[in-house]
Design a protein around this ligand. Sequence first.
Ligand SMILES: *[C@@H]1O[C@H](CO)[C@@H](O)[C@H](O)[C@H]1NC(C)=O
Ligand SMILES: *[C@@H]1O[C@H](CO)[C@@H](O)[C@H](O)[C@H]1NC(C)=O
Ligand SMILES: *[C@@H]1O[C@H](CO)[C@@H](O)[C@H](O)[C@H]1NC(C)=O
Ligand SMILES: *[C@@H]1O[C@H](CO)[C@@H](O)[C@H](O)[C@H]1NC(C)=O
Length: 374
Amino acid sequence: MFHSYFLFVLLISALRNTAANPVRDLKTCREYTLPVDVTSINYIWGLPQLHTNYDAATFNSKLGRWDANVTLNPISGGAQVSASYQISGTFCAPVRGGNGIVLVATHGFGFDRSYWNPEIQPEKYSFVDHAISKGYSIFYYDRLGIGKSSSISGYVAQVSVQVAVLKQIVTQVKAGKLCATTKKVVLVGHSFGSVVSNVLLTSSPQLVDGVVLTGIGYDVPDTAVAFESWQPRLARLQNPRKWGSLDGGYMTWVDIWSNAMTFFKAPFYDTKVVEYAEANKQPFGLLEVVTLQITDRHSPNYTGPALIMSGEFDLVFCNGYCPPILNNKVKETFPVSKGLEVYSQPGSGHAINLSLNATGSFEVVTGFLKRHGL
Ligand SMILES: *[C@@H]1O[C@H](CO)[C@@H](O)[C@H](O)[C@H]1NC(C)=O
Ligand SMILES: *[C@@H]1O[C@H](CO)[C@@H](O)[C@H](O)[C@H]1NC(C)=O
Ligand SMILES: *[C@@H]1O[C@H](CO)[C@@H](O)[C@H](O)[C@H]1NC(C)=O
Ligand SMILES: *[C@@H]1O[C@H](CO)[C@@H](O)[C@H](O)[C@H]1NC(C)=O
């Protein structure tokens, strides 16, 4: 009696799981901690460190000035730096029917690796599950300084370091360290993670077989708009329990409405999802913000396919409306890419993965990859 009741419960819960999300049963996932030895040319932080939110307010207003490019001077020089870190990530592969292509996904500011696989309604918002259903494997990791990866000062974390880390990750993936049957590697990024993926193509154009850059743009009218919309505060003061150990080089946006304004576009979101994103947010490094603006993204020798995709109403890279400007400067950034496509995702803000039509955007990504033999 007990036995059959138990079986019955198991059966019901199996059915429930299947009904809730069939993909969950079609993938196998494993956690990794990859050691990486990186050497990069780093900028040196050149301003006084920030200790209070008055300091943050002062910094924000200086960064927001229209002539900040000549008046702010946040950098005092450069140096070649070598260091060893641990990168924490998740590798998922289809249980069967995998195509041997591994997507290496780099998240942007404000999140950790769960950007790609949120716990809230994964059938609507999980890019990982979508990619698995199309035969791809995916490695999605916490960027250096975030989540379970090694910590690093917010005055040191920057584009060049993150690019060097990504290069090490890709090299290990290509060497079959996560999956012996790896045939090709494609970079997938969001926002700052797209910038990092892009810059890797600049220095190592042959390393990967394709790239999908989401939440990005190449002719940003005014980058200060996004920063002011965030009204950043010191992360360690906003949430000492979570971020008390971080230095003043890490900031986070002021509140949930700033999150809604910067990352979403009404009415194309569910407020429950904004609440989830706010509860799970992660800080960003000051030098990451600064180097995001000054790093050259031209990739003159990258010949593979590239998809440039942003939400129609992206505030961060288009100041609120992408369609007329998203094409600008893309061709000169990737002059010899075979298979360059630009796409504005209708009805979406910067957080494409979180808009109500997230699955529509996932179809665009995998459709692009299939069109280019990936
Ligand atoms: C700074 O920005 C202004 C306004 O966009 C531009 O006209 C000027 O050329 C820039 N100066 C430098 C040194 O980059
Ligand atoms: C989707 O991306 C946005 C912006 O990076 C982030 O707020 C969010 O966490 C991501 N999705 C989820 C539900 O993790
Ligand atoms: C691109 O390739 C050319 C010719 O091989 C080389 O001179 C140039 O330095 C490369 N550009 C970059 C940015 O690596
Ligand atoms: C959802 O996204 C897809 C892909 O961009 C698009 O074709 C479709 O029109 C979108 N649906 C809505 C309701 O906006």
